[in-house]
Design a protein around this ligand. Structure first.
Ligand SMILES: Cc1cc2nc3c(=O)[nH]c(=O)nc-3n(C[C@H](O)[C@H](O)[C@H](O)COP(=O)(O)OP(=O)(O)OC[C@H]3O[C@@H](n4cnc5c(N)ncnc54)[C@H](O)[C@@H]3O)c2cc1C
Length: 558
């Protein structure tokens, strides 16, 4: 992990660089021309310039040895600038991941040192025309080349699709099927038989180069097989999912906030019906405040997961999936609402919210789609439910009830209601065998993500009140505002789990006419409905905080 001061300096350099080299007009022009600014990407990854990639390279290989929390902070900052450029930088992070987790010490030394010292750009080549969400359908092959019965190299044949940095990388980590199963190889630019297509003409992240790759009898020496053992590819890819999904979660968070941070000041200047839009409750409470609550709930989950990964709790793949799912969905919704918030202006290319909305769209697709995240979350937590005989989420609720006794304002009691309701919905689904319906399985993934995020945001609000947040944590909101955000989000999460749970369990035939009243009671619906009290004043308060008028209102009230 790097020192807080060093991280702050890196983030400041990044912001200063963007201000100078990537003002909005320049970003819009590059987007219009569909151009990846290679010189800027190289500058950002060059060790004697910004050197962002140094952050994630261990110190022993010439990097700064940043931790997951550091990488989250940098990813959010990059996404606030431009998601296309952020993706170009991310591709080197991703491309080097199979090396970090699976390579031999010699391979690590070679490639990670070259990324650190030469600013080598990487691409991560997993997806194929027929293998997207289902990487098991991989068709690219790596056949052994033998000499005197010994494997001296491999011949790679096949195609990769949608590869970020595909046309500009210096080296590529490529997943291919060896006789013993999927394995990662490093292939350098210019290797005979290896070509890439023209860049894709994309909906968004047009500053990122995305291209298909083709391999025709591409020979690589045996030492290009990462880890030196065949068949480890999918395990190696899995080993970093928690971490890499957290990076994309930070992209959703950064892009969502970038859009809202344009909509908020816009609404203070735009006068309609005699007053600024920012004074209209129907505007702020639909287009701004709920999105802030969703983004901050996601942030709570990202920060908690980053801390846990840095503390050595393992790869936390499911937590990474929850963070990615919530933050990227929230980022998309926030950007979409920001277009609405700017009205006709928001709909034009001239205003950044339109570009941000196109850019952030990719975050629910790459590094695992939202539907795959729902499935991952649901399958994993389903096992917890079974192993604990239905008690898992009841048990998760109890510490929140205890937290409520200590901090009655952070919404922990409402988050606990969400978790209790979730346990009941899951139990009903188990008894009626409803997870055989894929839709129910995936909806469970969504409700789990909401309920867990509600608990996490309540914990974050309490920690902030106690002055115990991570030293590098985002401090945009003070303890009072974060508590209001937490209550607002928890009310939504509890209602969502209980009412949508009831809807789909009933809709799938999981509860009879005779049993439905008892099921409604078990969900705690009356308590969840009563917990909605105070919602509007909380949203009023959050709007006042966002528009810097909370102190003024308090003074007037006094
Ligand atoms: C701009 C861009 C950059 C990218 N960069 C990279 C990169 O650098 N490296 C790389 O390897 N890949 C990259 N990708 C690929 C990306 O990771 C895949 O597009 C993504 O994993 C989805 O795969 P797919 O496009 O084949 O969609 P599919 O898997 O065909 O999915 C299509 C739809 O079906 C849903 N779906 C899929 N399976 C199921 C299921 N079992 N049940 C229910 N619904 C399902 C999905 O959620 C999605 O909504 C990039 C893609 C884009 C567009």
């Amino acid at each position: 992990m790097i020192a807080k001061k060093t991280l702050k300096l890196s983030l400041k350099s990044l912001r200063d660089f963007a201000k100078k080299r990537l003002p909005d007009e320049e970003l819009l022009a590059l987007d219009e021309r569909d151009e990846c600014p290679l010189e800027i990407v190289r500058h950002m990854c060059s060790p004697d310039q910004l050197g962002i990639q140094l952050l994630f390279i261990p110190e022993e290989f010439g990097g700064m040895g940043g931790g997951t929390f550091d990488v989250y902070c940098v990813c959010e900052e990059m996404a606030r600038i431009d998601l296309g450029i952020a993706t170009a930088v991310l591709a080197t992070f991703l491309g080097s991941d199979p090396i970090t987790v699976g390579a031999t010490p010699e391979q690590k030394k070679l490639w990670l040192s070259r990324i650190a010292n030469e600013g080598l750009l990487f691409a991560y080549g997993a997806t194929e025309p027929e293998a997207g969400s289902d990487l098991g359908a991989l068709r690219t092959t790596a056949d052994r080349v033998l000499q005197d019965g010994r494997v001296v190299g491999y011949k790679i044949n096949g195609n990769k699709q949608w590869i970020s940095n595909g046309g500009i990388a210096d080296a590529y980590t490529v997943l291919a099927n060896t006789p013993a199963g999927p394995s990662w190889f490093v292939v350098e630019k210019g290797t005979k038989g290896f070509t890439h297509d023209e860049p894709e003409d994309k909906h968004g992240i047009r500053l990122s180069n995305t291209a298909a790759l083709a391999f025709s009898d591409v020979y690589v020496d045996a030492d290009r097989l990462l880890g030196g053992v065949e068949g480890q590819g999918l395990t190696q890819a899995q080993a970093v999912f928690g971490y890499t999904r957290l990076m994309v979660a930070a992209f959703g968070l950064g892009a969502g906030w970038a859009a809202l941070d344009r909509a908020i000041p816009y609404s203070t200047k735009r006068i309609q019906a005699g007053a600024p839009l920012s004074e209209k409750q129907g505007y702020t409470h639909k287009l701004i405040v709920p999105h802030v609550a969703h983004l901050e709930a996601s942030r709570a989950f990202i920060e908690e997961t980053a801390e846990r990964i840095d503390a050595g709790e393992g790869s936390l793949n499911t937590e990474g999936a929850i963070a990615k799912y919530m933050a990227t969905e929230a980022g998309n919704a926030a950007a979409e609402a920001s277009i609405q918030a700017l009205g006709g202006y928001g709909y034009t290319h001239e205003y950044m919210v339109e570009k941000i909305s196109r850019d952030v769209r990719i975050t629910t697709i790459y590094e695992g789609t939202s539907e795959i995240m729902e499935m991952t979350i649901s399958r994993d937590r389903w096992q917890f439910h079974l192993k604990t005989r239905g008690q898992h989420y009841h048990e998760q609720a109890r510490p929140l009830e205890a937290l409520h006794a200590k901090h009655p304002n952070v919404g922990a009691d409402i988050a606990a209601l969400a978790l209790h309701a979730l346990a009941e919905v899951m139990e009903k689904a188990r008894v009626a065998h409803l997870t055989r319906h894929q839709h129910i399985l995936l909806r469970l993934g969504e409700w789990i993500a909401y309920a867990e995020c509600a608990g996490c945001l309540a914990r974050r609000a309490a920690r902030l009140a106690e002055g115990r947040l991570h030293e590098k944590a985002n401090l945009r909101f003070d303890a009072t505002a974060l508590a209001a955000l937490s209550r607002t989000f928890a009310r939504e999460a509890a209602l969502k789990v209980a009412e949508e749970g009831l809807r789909w369990i009933r809709g799938a035939g999981g509860v009879s006419d005779r049993d439905i009243a008892a099921f409604e009671t078990s969900l705690g619906l009356p308590a969840i409905h009563r917990a909605q009290a105070g919602l509007l004043p909380d949203m009023d308060y959050i709007a006042d905080v966002l528009y810097d008028r909370a102190a003024k209102r308090a003074a007037v009230a006094a």
